[in-house]
Design a protein around this ligand. Structure first.
Ligand code: ADP
Length: 363
């Protein structure tokens, strides 16, 4: 999708891909298949690139520092990106900036978790591996000290957090360029099912404008203070008592911004590309009062493409984005967007299309 945003600008991408089957490898012309954890692979790949960016945040921080030392611009740079790679570093930095977060602490073992629980409201406690988690993997909600043993088995650092009593999850998406120009998309509501993003509504329905402004300003502050270049998604909890707390950061185009491909004047992908190239940013405002994005997860039917006939015939305003991935149950394989004036109407239509593509709705 980032490549798609670069096409009208005539920008050529070179891709480092895990396998020739990856979604991006199916559409980018210049593909190197290799391991992003291997410095020599990265060095050989980076030769001849004007600038490097990412669609995930797992490239080791020290390798990115080595590329920068070789003179290759890396955007976002490692000093910013580390806050999206390491939840411990992120929490410490946000604390220093006075940004509200769930109560938290790095813990060494289950006894330490019990002590952390006792200092607060007790169990349950949320435990997270500081690196490598995604889509709820690497996150445990534990109710007892025995359950708290599990996350330590891998021998990696673990962060304990209070379990926030939130009413919903929000995301504040902003884009910042090396010049320091920044734009903010409207704050969205993000609904998860089994730890995986299911639906995004832009803007977040019923959100107090003062709280929306606070969230946008918070995201802009984080982008500026951390020196982010490109797209920054700030995942937030809205608490029962009307506060917002930062859950985590992503520094790349993000699922909570996919609605913008059709629903905003400039998509997150187009603005990410502009920011990485230090070009003036585009207008982030929405095209319609409401845009709904629903993810399409793999279901029991391997052939999702036969569902196009029904979906397109039923709803000519529907925008389908499929990623060319093999269908595996529960895997994100695409998303749909619809924008319009009536939230209930666009929600129903987006859900219908995503359910039909997945095979959970058959008529
Ligand atoms: P990932 O790296 O997998 O995206 P997150 O930190 O976003 O991990 O956590 C995944 C989900 O777990 C969140 O979307 C939220 O539903 C839940 N969660 C995470 N942290 C907390 C917390 N402190 N309190 C309550 N729920 C949480």
């Amino acid at each position: 999708m980032t490549h798609e945003a670069g096409i009208p600008l005539g920008i050529r991408f070179k891709l480092l891909s895990d396998t020739p089957q990856d979604s991006a490898a199916q559409v980018v012309h210049d593909v190197v298949v290799g391991d992003y954890r291997d410095l020599e692979t990265l060095r050989a790949f980076a030769r001849g690139c004007d600038v490097i960016t990412f669609d995930h945040e797992h490239v080791p921080t020290e390798h990115l520092r080595a590329l920068e030392a070789d003179g290759i611009p890396v955007r976002p740079g490692p000093d910013a990106l580390v806050h999206a790679q390491d939840k411990g570093v992120m929490r410490a930095r946000l604390d220093a900036l006075g940004i509200p977060c769930p109560r938290h602490r790095i813990v060494r073992d289950a006894q330490d978790v019990a002590a952390f629980a006792q200092e607060g409201a007790g169990f349950p406690v949320v435990l997270k591996t500081v690196r490598g988690g995604y889509d709820g993997k690497g996150v445990w909600v534990v109710d007892t000290v025995e359950e708290a043993e599990e996350p330590f088995r891998a021998g990696v650092p673990v962060l304990a957090e209070e379990k926030v009593d939130y009413v919903r999850e929000l995301a504040a998406n902003v884009v910042r360029s090396p010049h320091g120009q920044a734009v903010a998309y409207p704050v969205v509501e993000s609904r998860q099912v089994n730890g995986v993003c299911d639906t995004v509504i832009a803007p977040a329905p019923g959100l107090d404008p003062a709280l929306a402004l606070e969230a946008e300003e918070m995201a802009l502050t984080i982008a500026k203070e951390l020196g982010v270049v490109g797209h920054l998604a700030v995942e937030l909890f809205q608490t029962r008592d009307g506060r917002i707390l930062v859950n985590e950061l992503a520094m790349r185009p993000h699922n909570s911004g996919h609605w913008s491909m059709d629903g905003a004047i400039t998509s997150q992908f187009a603005n990410h590309v502009r920011a990485v190239l230090d070009l003036p940013l585009g207008d982030p405002r929405p095209r319609a009062p409401w845009t709904v994005m629903v993810n399409v997860l793999g279901g029991d039917f391997p052939d999702m493409y036969s569902a196009y006939l029904h979906c397109m015939a039923r709803d000519p305003q529907l925008k389908i984005h499929m990623y060319g991935k093999d269908v595996k149950p529960g895997r994100k394989v695409g998303h749909v967007n619809i924008y319009g004036d009536d939230l209930d109407d666009v929600l129903e239509r987006a859900r219908h299309a995503a359910g039909y593509l997945r095979g959970t709705i058959t008529e």
